[in-house]
Write a protein of this length. Structure first.
Length: 66
């Protein structure tokens, strides 16, 4: 039995960590939806850059298995 989390477990953990960084956001079940459904210009520019960067970093972590 492997001690590494499976894909769903990892995605859940990363999403939970992201929700701590973005407590006012409704992240939904799939992080890709946060990027795909995001409406550019719906936040002030500095918040938009931070939000999109944090979500992309979380997606990258899941893809790398971190």
């Amino acid at each position: 039995m492997s001690s590494e989390p499976d894909g769903q477990e990892l995605a859940g953990r990363v999403s939970s960590e992201l929700s701590v960084d973005l407590p006012d956001e409704d992240l939904g079940e799939y992080l890709y939806d946060c990027i795909d459904l995001y409406e550019m210009g719906s936040k002030p520019r500095c918040e938009e850059v931070e939000y999109l960067g944090l979500v992309q970093d979380a997606i990258d972590r899941v893809e790398r298995g971190e």
